[in-house]
Design a protein around this ligand. Structure first.
Ligand code: IPE
Ligand code: IPE
Ligand code: MG
Length: 246
């Protein structure tokens, strides 16, 4: 069924080069089934597999997934612990598969705050998937966009203080080059699941001209077909970038 949507995407031609996703609604998914919240996070792993496969199939080059925010450190310790274990489990299970499919994984965020096991797992997945040419997968973990921008400002200040950079040379490119996302184009499409109409401190700089797509579907229910529906909607949008269309 989703294959006819894929064909329609391909007929249209232009697919987003970079898709960003706020994977939200795991807790509500679990609550709706009278399950503990961590089981909702666990169920969300299947959806991660679906969007990765969907991006490979549609030939999207970059996928950035918001998995854990810096603000999420304020959640109960039990839920944080479950999420960290889940991250390790996901990497242990998927590493071989990701490498085989040519997916290069990068972690964006303050990984020094991760528990040692999770930290080792993310370092291993980055090292062992390096060089895959089919899809760049950015897992945003312990990530906050404001912290990322403040870090870029600090890096620029250090370079000015060391005499390697003139303040007059600090332009948009200079800032963008010091963000975690420096190697990739800005997201063309932002998907948020679970119906919330907010950005929640995700890629504030990079989303300047992204098309926004909010779906009521809860993250654990999100499939490859839902991804293709979002891409088809994206293809119908008129992106003007502040200009007028002819
Ligand atoms: C998203 O699901 C996953 C994380 C933020 C880690 P939530 O846990 O936020 O689920 P809801 O929003 O409470 O339903
Ligand atoms: C955003 O979801 C963070 C992630 C999906 C990882 P939240 O559930 O934390 O966001 P708010 O609290 O609804 O804004
Ligand atoms: Mg949420």
């Amino acid at each position: 069924m989703s294959d006819d949507l894929l064909r329609r995407i391909q007929v249209h031609g232009s697919v987003p080069a970079h898709i960003a996703v706020i994977m939200d609604g795991n807790g509500r998914w679990a609550k709706g089934r009278a399950l503990p919240r961590p089981l909702g996070h666990h169920a969300g792993m299947r959806a991660v597999r679906e969007v990765i496969q969907g991006c490979l199939d549609a030939r999207v080059g970059v996928l950035s997934l918001f998995a854990f925010s810096q603000e999420n450190w304020q959640r109960p310790a039990g839920e944080i612990g479950a999420l960290m274990r889940l991250l390790e489990e996901y990497i242990a299970r998927e590493l071989g598969n990701l490498r085989e499919k040519g997916v290069t994984v990068r972690i964006l965020g303050d990984i020094e705050r991760l528990a040692p096991g999770a930290r080792n797992a993310v370092e291993r997945v980055m090292a062992e998937t390096a060089g895959g040419g089919e899809l760049a997968l950015n897992l945003c973990i312990s990530y906050s966009s404001r912290a990322e921008i403040a870090r870029a400002a600090r890096l620029l200040a250090d370079e000015v203080a060391a005499g390697r950079l003139e303040p007059a040379d600090i332009d948009e490119q200079a800032v963008a080059r010091r963000l975690y996302t420096a190697p990739w184009p800005d997201p063309d499409l932002l998907i948020r699941t679970s119906g919330e109409m907010r950005i929640s401190n995700f890629l504030l700089w990079q989303l300047a001209y992204a098309e926004l797509y909010v779906t009521p579907v809860l993250w654990p229910d999100f499939t490859r077909r839902h991804l293709f529906e979002a891409i088809l909607e994206f293809q119908r949008r008129d992106r003007r970038f502040g200009r007028v269309t002819a």
